[in-house]
Write a protein that binds this ligand. Structure first.
Ligand SMILES: Cc1cc2nc3c(=O)[nH]c(=O)nc-3n(C[C@H](O)[C@H](O)[C@H](O)COP(=O)(O)O)c2cc1C
Length: 214
């Protein structure tokens, strides 16, 4: 059974969000094409995603010294561990997020911080870092007010390029990016741009090999 993790990085409801609608359109077609797939949603704005804060830092220090964690520290470390396990247990990860100030909303970064764990998702070796989360596929569905995939502003794009590089560092090198761009240039064209992006996303979902149902 193919396990699909749908990571939603937007505080909006799906109905109000281009990126979430784009991501959902991909996931719906993927699931329809792969009846054996099991889709799990992770809404980064509704779930408990601990930030790497002073409590977590203290907890890590205590763990290294084998000393006892406070209740709060233990709860955060446990939840971070659950997020890593969930990521590692997934075969396909679908991200949906808007571009915010050239990158992604902060909860996407919080999620990246949560799943980058030496010894679990990557490791350093004598010859450099090695990703341990191999054999997965990722899809990044993203909405942007402007156009950053071509033209003079390309170097200011730090959303998909950051997430793609990060996933590669973890060993996820099979990454496909599906964009809806220029949504704010002329708001009356928003639905048209989204429809074109949705068609591309659905095509990409159909192009995936059908997963075994057992
Ligand atoms: C806080 C904030 C920052 C934004 N920064 C950018 C940006 O840097 N580049 C861009 O093209 N659009 C930017 N936008 C516009 C959104 O990317 C655009 O409206 C997108 O369609 C939102 O997707 P959504 O409907 O899924 O939320 C920003 C929007 C917000 C709310």
């Amino acid at each position: 059974m193919t396990k699909v993790l749908f990571v939603k990085g937007n505080p909006k409801s799906t109905e109000q969000s281009y990126s979430l609608r784009l991501g959902q359109s991909f996931v719906d077609v993927y699931a329809a094409e792969n009846p054996g797939a099991q889709v799990t949603e992770l809404d980064l704005y509704e779930s408990n995603i601990p930030l790497i804060d002073a409590e977590v830092m203290t907890a890590w220090g205590k763990l290294a010294q084998q000393s006892e964690l406070s209740h709060h520290e233990a709860a955060k470390v446990l939840r971070l561990g659950e997020l890593v396990d969930q990521f590692l247990d997934s075969d396909v990860i679908v991200f949906a997020a808007p571009m915010w100030n050239f990158g992604y909303p902060p909860m996407v970064k919080a999620y990246m911080d949560a799943i980058a764990v030496a010894g679990k998702t990557f490791q350093y070796t004598a010859t450099g870092p090695v990703g341990l989360a191999v054999g997965k596929k990722a899809f990044i569905t993203e909405a942007r007010g402007g156009v950053w995939s071509a033209g003079p502003m390309v170097s200011m794009e730090h959303s998909q390029s950051h997430l793609r590089a990060f996933l590669g560092f973890l060993g996820v090198t099979d990454v496909q990016v599906l964009l809806a761009e220029g949504l704010n240039f002329d708001p009356s064209k928003g639905e048209e741009i989204l429809a074109e992006a949705v068609a591309r996303a659905q095509q990409a979902a159909k192009a995936q090999p059908v997963a075994a149902t057992v």
